[in-house]
Design a protein around this ligand. Structure first.
Ligand code: 5AD
Ligand code: SF4
Length: 461
């Protein structure tokens, strides 16, 4: 995923974002921190006085990708120099955290290297460079929380300001064998509830109807509240109670071990929870799950899904899978395929295992050959695609609540979002943008749905 933030300049700022929604959120916050210094987002790096590359380290060739992009940015900087303009180049995010020193050694023209926990210090770093020149690196895990020190965020930037991400938790203590997150994002921490409520209120006051709560282990959330802590279902109840104009709530990404019954029950009792859950399982083999240090078995995962479906029969499930973890045999892979057949996912992400330096799995014997990983991935993706098509087809003829987010590509067409996060296209008046309307689904596509507005059934909100 690559997103670019834009409006018009005083000092131009161009942020290139790779990776997860957390990075999208962080990029928006970096823009907020730099705004008081006179930086405003610009569309093209060629017009930018500062370029930030916000990186992701989770899978293959992360560092190489960064160096090749930095090569391109360096050329832009040289071209601007000929016009007498200076350009600061910063590398942020998880590659910066994991490989900061090597990064500066290999690309000394980079001015700033900062990890995900230190972007509230950006103004100070920029000032240091202005004073003394040279490069600055800050990949600490500071004692102060960036959330306490960030300015109030600007209005959300996506889908006509109707949907927004909100980070409530960061870091991870689970240490799955394959994963860099505990090293790049640090220990699990939750944001205090009061600051989340304040941010949610500001978002909703600016027109947001749907919020997605973000965290690497979002369902392990336990933020300070009223002298104790609040869990994710308690936070969701507070959001529902205190912000009536908030219509829809999602959260991502969850771990099966933290899928407690109170959270499962909230899917039944809290009306703003969408019937949708992303719950990564990674593998269907108990042996591989153990080697991955996931802390649950395949049957325990099946049982969580059974309870979720009991609480909310229409819930759509999505997941992440890794094929070819060290030691995975044909039999283990078949157990993954069986779990997918048993559960039936609405969609899913699947990846070939990639060795991440410094993680326990990288050093394990019995690495799986590349061609075997490829064959397994193709088989798994074919099955998941079949299930996604079947899920989309099953909605044909049903009437869905759709949050109308904007104009479609064709004249007279509107775009919206189904409860299951699918884009929905249908004809209607632009005055409906921002409302939740009823749409009868008529056409399933792989990644979206087509439908007709049910005017008489629509409820303005
Ligand atoms: N190799 C392949 N996939 C990985 N993921 C995380 N680390 C790796 C790795 N080393 C996948 C997991 C995780 C998702 C965000 O990325 O499936 O849930
Ligand atoms: Fe990584 Fe998620 Fe495992 Fe944490 S729970 S180590 S973020 S895969």
């Amino acid at each position: 995923m690559q997103e670019q933030i834009s409006t018009s300049p005083s000092r131009g700022l161009h942020i290139i974002t790779w990776g997860c929604q957390m990075n999208v959120y962080d990029s928006a916050r970096m823009a907020d921190v730099l705004r008081p210094l006179g930086y405003s987002p610009v569309d093209l790096p060629d017009n930018a006085d500062m370029i930030i590359l916000n990186t992701c380290h989770i899978r293959e060739r992360a560092a190489e990708k960064v160096f090749s992009e930095l090569g391109r940015l360096r050329q832009i900087r040289e071209a601007r120099k000929l016009e007498g303009k200076e350009t600061l180049i910063a590398v942020a995010g998880c590659v910066a955290q994991a490989e900061g020193k090597e990064l500066l050694a290999r690309a000394p023209y980079v001015d700033l290297v900062l990890g995900p926990q230190t972007y509230h210090r950006l103004p100070e770093m920029v000032a240091r460079i202005a004073r003394a020149g040279g490069s600055v690196i800050d990949t600490d895990f500071p004692v102060e929380s960036k959330f306490d020190l960030l300015p109030e965020e600007a209005a959300p930037q996506n889908e006509g300001n109707l949907t927004a991400f909100l980070t409530i938790q960061e870091g991870c203590d689970k240490f799955c064998s394959f994963c860099v997150v505990p090293y790049t994002r640090g220990a699990e921490t939750s944001r205090p509830v009061a600051s989340i409520l304040a941010e949610a209120e500001r978002l909703v006051a600016s027109g947001v109807k749907e919020i997605t709560l973000l965290g690497q282990n979002v369902n392990a959330f336990h933020g300070d509240w009223n002298g104790g802590t609040a869990s994710l279902p308690e936070l969701a109840a507070l959001l529902h109670e205190k912000i009536p104009a908030l219509k829809r709530l999602r959260y991502i990404t969850s771990h099966p071990r933290d899928m407690e019954q109170a959270l499962i029950d909230a899917h039944r009792s809290n009306p703003i929870f969408m019937p949708y859950l992303h719950l990564p399982v990674q593998s269907g083999s108990d042996k591989v799950l153990k080697a991955m240090n996931r802390g649950h078995t395949a049957d325990e995962y099946r049982e969580i899904i059974r309870r979720l479906r009991e609480a909310r029969p229409d819930i759509a499930l999505t997941s992440d899978f890794i094929v070819g973890h060290p030691g995975e045999t044909d039999e283990d892979f078949e157990a993954t395929m069986q779990l997918v057949r048993d559960i039936r996912f609405a969609s899913a992400y699947s990846f070939k295992y990639s060795q991440r330096p410094g993680t326990p799995a990288a050093g394990q014997p019995f690495q799986v050959a590349e061609n075997v990983k490829e064959k397994r991935l193709a088989a798994l993706q074919a099955l998941l695609r079949e299930q996604q098509d079947a899920f989309n087809a099953s909605l044909v003829g049903t009437v869905q609540d759709v949050l109308v987010t904007g104009h479609g590509r064709k004249p007279g067409q509107l775009n919206g979002r189904s409860p299951y996060l699918q884009p929905v296209h249908f004809e209607g008046s632009p005055s409906l943008i921002g409302e939740i309307v009823k749409v009868r689904i008529t056409a399933p596509f792989t990644n979206s749905l087509g439908g007709h507005l049910h005017e008489q059934e629509s409820t303005a909100i």
